[in-house]
Ligand binder design. Structure first.
Ligand SMILES: Cc1cc2nc3c(=O)[nH]c(=O)nc-3n(C[C@H](O)[C@H](O)[C@H](O)COP(=O)(O)OP(=O)(O)OC[C@H]3O[C@@H](n4cnc5c(N)ncnc54)[C@H](O)[C@@H]3O)c2cc1C
Length: 406
């Protein structure tokens, strides 16, 4: 038995564990299936992590040290495979099977990119098709040969991160392809890719066919206006399009939010199971690592409060938040009236399409809780945030809260 079991040693889990151990929560154990703690940033050998612009591995190492110094126990090479009770988890590792019960469980299992099969891309099934995560591992961890000429699918920040890894691996990039009318990263980054590296950005285009037997020989692109183009390449990298790593939450029967597909949580990171919390990109794939670590620290404080006071809302006390297309999701996605607002007093949202500066309208049973234009037009594949004052006007006895562009 431990006091808190944290599943996932990425920035979210490590920050939560560090705060819990520092606040005297008792025995705090963090498990990760990878051979080393640190999460996704360990594989991201590019700058842009945190205020110091650290590279991912340096950022990860700082959080590993912080958690260890605070007194949390980190165990790696341990995969949590299932639940054996409401607060009991089964694990497997090279040392065998183990069953661990905790007073509180924190799920911080992160997110992953959807692979080619899940994106329903037609064509043959040759070698040479990767996600960014697989590419980063191949280049930075296993130092494998990747290919010679690649097409990168997706033009959000992660797609541009893939360009760095491909360049390091000596792979030419034939094109960056996005279905959207423009890229979804900073203008400076997009300009750098086009002018300095000479990578063309093909907008309004989708991969209609992957060609090749044995190894990729090219892709056929379809433009929104019906034109098609054949681009020869031996590597295709599918980037972005993240889904939460939610298998454990699903296996445990936790309520999932239909938008994020991660566990439904309120502002205090509480799921619908007493004593089970969730945090990080499992809730909102994906936010920058620094924001996730800050959120992890806030979750640690929320878990500590629960251990001291034992408060947990009943299922009927929390009101679900539901988004209307083209909004994709909101997190947190439950409001427990008279309870604390989410960390930082704000909600994260995601749009699936460019929508300009349309006003955001929040209603409950036809009653307007919020109606305001966003300060900047939201961009697909990037989170945007709104304040949470309106949440105080949500009625516990009302229907779901609806969030839509007006
Ligand atoms: C390609 C790429 C580039 C990025 N670039 C940047 C950037 O430049 N700047 C920036 O700020 N952010 C960047 N990010 C985002 C950043 O990496 C994430 O926001 C951050 O890592 C999320 O932290 P997390 O703790 O929620 O999840 P993760 O870091 O993904 O950690 C989750 C951990 O849970 C473990 N786990 C999952 N399931 C189990 C299980 N069943 N049992 C045991 N362990 C389990 C995993 O092994 C993993 O270590 C990038 C992400 C990607 C993919």
């Amino acid at each position: 038995m431990v006091d808190v079991l944290v599943v996932g040693a990425g920035p979210a889990g490590l920050a939560a564990a560090a705060v819990l151990a520092a606040l005297g929560a008792g025995e705090v154990e963090v498990l990760d299936r990878e051979p080393r703690a640190g999460g996704t940033p360990r594989h991201c050998h590019h700058g842009g992590f945190g205020p110091l612009g650290l590279e991912g591995p340096g950022f990860a190492e700082r959080w590993v040290r912080t958690a260890e110094r605070s007194g949390a126990a980190l165990r790696t090479g341990v995969t949590v495979t299932d639940w054996a009770g409401p607060l009991t988890l089964d694990t497997t590792s090279p040392h065998g099977l183990e069953r661990i019960t905790a007073r509180a469980v924190v799920l911080a299992t992160g997110a992953r990119e959807r692979p080619r099969a899940a994106r329903l891309v037609p064509g043959t099934r040759p070698a040479g098709v990767l996600t960014t995560g697989e590419l980063l591992r191949a280049v930075h961890v296993h130092r494998q040969h990747v290919g010679t000429r690649a097409v990168v699918v997706g033009a959000e920040s992660v797609g541009f991160a893939a360009l760095d890894a491909l360049r390091l691996a000596g792979v030419d990039v034939a094109a960056l392809v996005t279905e959207h009318p423009r890229h979804q990263t900073s203008p400076a980054r997009a300009l750098d890719a086009r002018l300095r590296r000479g990578v063309p950005l093909l907008t309004g285009a989708t991969v209609a066919d992957i060609l090749g037997r044995g190894r990729v020989s090219g892709v056929r692109l379809t433009h929104r206006d019906g034109r098609t183009a054949h681009v020869p390449c031996d590597t295709v990298v599918f980037t972005g399009d993240f889904v939460p790593e939610h298998e454990l939450a699903r296996r445990g029967g936790l309520l999932l939010d239909p938008g994020t597909k991660g566990p439904a949580t309120d502002g205090a990171f509480r799921t619908d199971r007493r004593g089970v919390f969730a945090v990080g990109n499992l809730l909102h794939a994906v936010e920058p690592a620094r924001a996730v670590a800050r959120e992890g620290a806030a979750a640690g404080a929320a878990v500590r409060r629960y251990l001291a006071e034992g408060d947990w809302p009943s299922a009927s006390a929390s009101v679900p938040l539901r988004v209307a297309a083209p909004l994709a999701w909101i997190a947190p996605n439950l409001v427990t009236p008279d309870e604390p607002l989410p960390y930082g007093g704000r909600f994260a949202l995601r749009t699936a399409e460019f929508v300009g500066r349309a006003p955001l309208v929040i209603t409950q049973d036809g009653r307007t809780l919020h109606h305001a234009r966003l300060p900047r037009p939201p961009v697909p594949n990037r989170p945007f945030h709104i304040g949470g004052d309106w949440a105080a006007r949500v009625r516990a006895d009302g229907g779901p809260v609806r969030i839509a562009f007006g």
